[in-house]
Design a protein around this ligand. Structure first.
Ligand code: C5P
Length: 302
């Protein structure tokens, strides 16, 4: 996450995430699922522009950041009401501030919705970090992380100091990971999305024997094919049952020479790991030609 400015306006870039590994260990008493997941933040960004509002009000406006390549003319936008995670993050931080500063928040959306790319969670984390700076609150990263966990399972990851992490619990326990080299991806999102809660409702615990750590070791040594052999997402199978689009996209990716490919999070977003930027640009062009949805090239910087 990149945060700029500090007097009357702060701009924050909120990245999307990919799950290269998502093992469901079981269902918990609180209804959530216990996870072990390897997440990367990638260079597909929403932008948040946060400005002081002397009236003391909190307000949000959303607009389409363009740059989408799919058959849809217009991107779906989230609601801008109090239910939006950005507004919930702003209200939560303000409650802890001991005073009532206001902010106008402009959210420029590029990360597709309902795609397993955690756009909403990333926007919430960016709001916490950005308003902490705008309002000069001096909250520490652990303090912000604690608030983040109240907003959603994926939110704390985006406050982590590194671009990669192994996350546990319901996703909120974040262990930062060092990566040796930049990784390149093609990301696609079909025309329909899926509800995270719905996908989790249909999932079963993973039965695989390996861990995220083994996958991380291959990634760190630049052994992309070996790493891709350990890709796992327990949510892909239920997502395929709920959305034929995921299966269609999977087949389209399988026809291209990716180092590996898989669905991200609860879908319907899907990604392919590439050997270089050039490789990613080439395969993205082929996928765009299928007109199955929006297609992006993005990277993860160590
Ligand atoms: O935490 P978050 O609000 O993003 O989660 C959305 C939904 O996804 C939850 O209400 C829950 O149904 C499901 N979920 C889950 N186990 C997790 C994370 C999310 O069952 N570890």
């Amino acid at each position: 996450m990149l945060c700029r400015g500090q007097t009357s306006s702060v701009t924050v870039l909120a990245p999307a995430k990919l799950n290269l590994f998502l093992k469901v260990l079981g269902k918990r008493a609180d209804g959530y699922h216990e996870l072990e997941t390897l997440m990367l933040s990638v260079s597909l960004y929403d932008t948040l522009i946060l400005s002081d509002d002397p009236s003391g009000r909190l307000s949000l406006s959303c607009r389409d950041g363009g740059s989408h390549s799919g058959p849809d003319q217009r991107r779906e936008l989230p609601g801008a009401g109090p239910e939006n995670l950005v507004m919930r993050a702003a209200a939560l931080l303000r409650d802890c501030a001991g005073r009532s500063p206001g902010a106008r928040i402009e959210l420029v959306k590029r990360i597709p919705l309902s795609a397993g790319l955690a756009g909403g969670s990333s926007d919430a984390a960016a709001t916490l970090a950005g308003l902490n700076r705008l309002w000069n609150l001096g909250r520490t990263r652990p303090e912000l992380t604690q608030l983040a966990a109240q907003l959603g399972s994926d939110v704390p990851f985006f406050l982590c100091s590194r671009a990669a992490a192994i996350c546990r619990g319901r996703g909120e326990i974040v262990e930062p990971l060092a990566l040796a080299a930049r990784l390149w991806f093609v990301i696609a999102r079909p025309q329909t999305g899926l509800s995270t809660a719905e996908v989790y409702r249909h999932c079963r615990p993973s039965s695989i024997g390996w861990s995220a750590r083994e996958l991380a070791r291959f990634l760190d040594r630049g052994r992309l094919r070996s790493a891709a052999g350990l890709f796992h997402n327990a949510l892909e199978e239920p997502a395929q049952r709920l959305s034929a689009d995921v299966t269609v996209l999977k087949r389209a990716f399988a026809r291209q020479p990716f180092a590996g490919h898989m669905m991200s999070g609860s879908g319907t977003g899907y990604f392919g790991l590439c050997h270089s930027r050039r490789h990613a640009v080439q395969l993205a062009a082929r996928l765009k030609a299928t007109r199955l949805g929006d297609v992006f090239v993005a990277s993860c910087r160590p």
